[in-house]
Design a protein around this ligand. Structure first.
Ligand code: PEP
Ligand code: MN
Length: 295
């Protein structure tokens, strides 16, 4: 008992033996690094914004232009999608290599770095060439051979927490990335699955307590994704602000010009107007209360 953090499943011994690279070396230890010129773990809280899925070139161009103008640091968008059900209209069924090319075109045209998910090792060479950050989705968090393959690209990675994973499991997965010598690792909280959330549409519960909990133990920057966690547009604004207040080192948001007609998860994206007001409010909170900034 003496050897455990109060109320946690992590022991002091775990820090030294299970995840020595992910663990902080002292209280103040915090990873600070730049990705595409944007600093993580410092005074800026970078924002990732974009659609769930890269639906078309026209759409991703429009989103890149607008989110960049509003203040996003990175464009997000999925070309390889972990979809819960296999049935989709052909039109919207993953854009794959084509989607990656559209993301790349948007990056070049609007000078905004990109983050996108890879689900299979065979696509790592292609995505490594164009993406600034490779996203490891929650469903792959403990696909250990895949984690190793991602880490070996030496590209910056964002490891989303599986919705059933403990902090110990999450840090164990991060250790698989760090052990390959890859240092630019971001963690992302995206909601956990609990037996009784508020109602059936609330698939996940945003675990904001994990932000300070993780920051007690690890030096890695923690991103919060209120879009996937709430799965419900009206709650994204307050939960994004709460994410900033929790001490998050980055915020990921789904933004779409016509949210209701988004190809995937149309209940969760916010439109440009709402993104604009949210980023302004997050910035006020960051500057006035936390002595940090977003824009
Ligand atoms: C996503 O960010 O597009 C995504 C699928 O997230 P998650 O892995 O958290 O469900
Ligand atoms: Mn999604």
């Amino acid at each position: 008992m003496d050897n455990k953090f109060p109320g946690k499943d992590i022991s002091i011994e775990d820090l030294k033996t299970k995840f020595p690279l992910a663990a902080k070396k002292n209280k103040k230890h915090k990873s600070k690094f730049k990705i595409a010129g944007v600093e993580f773990g410092g005074n800026t809280i970078p924002v990732f914004a974009g659609p769930n899925m890269v639906e078309s070139e026209k759409l991703i161009m429009d989103i890149a232009k607008n989110v960049k103008k509003i203040g996003a640091h990175f464009l997000r968008g999925g070309a390889f999608k972990p979809l819960t059900f296999p049935y989709r209209s052909k039109k919207y069924y993953e854009t794959k290599e084509q989607g990656i090319e559209w993301m790349y075109n948007a990056k070049k045209k609007y000078k905004i770095p990109i983050i996108t998910e890879v689900m299979e090792e065979k696509y790592l060479p292609l995505v490594s060439e164009v993406a600034d950050i490779i996203q490891i989705g929650s469903r792959n968090m403990q696909n250990f051979p895949f984690l190793t393959a991602c880490a070996k690209t030496q590209k910056p990675l964002m490891l989303k927490r599986h919705y059933g994973a403990s902090l110990r499991d999450w840090l164990g997965a991060a250790e698989y990335l760090l052990v390959e010598g890859n240092k630019k690792i971001l963690l992302c909280e995206r909601g956990v699955s609990v037996p009784h959330t508020h109602r059936s549409t609330s698939r996940f519960l945003l675990d904001l307590q994990v932000v300070p909990a993780a920051q007690e133990l690890t030096h890695l920057p923690i991103v919060v994704d209120p879009s996937h966690a709430t799965f419900w547009r009206p709650w994204v604004h307050s939960m994004a602000l709460a994410g900033v207040a929790s001490g998050a080192d980055g915020i990921m948001l789904e933004v779409h010009p016509d949210p209701k007609n988004s190809a995937v998860d149309p209940l969760q994206p916010i439109n440009y107007k709402d993104f604009n007001s949210l980023i302004k409010q997050m910035n006020i909170l960051a500057r006035k209360v936390l002595k940090k900034k977003i824009i």
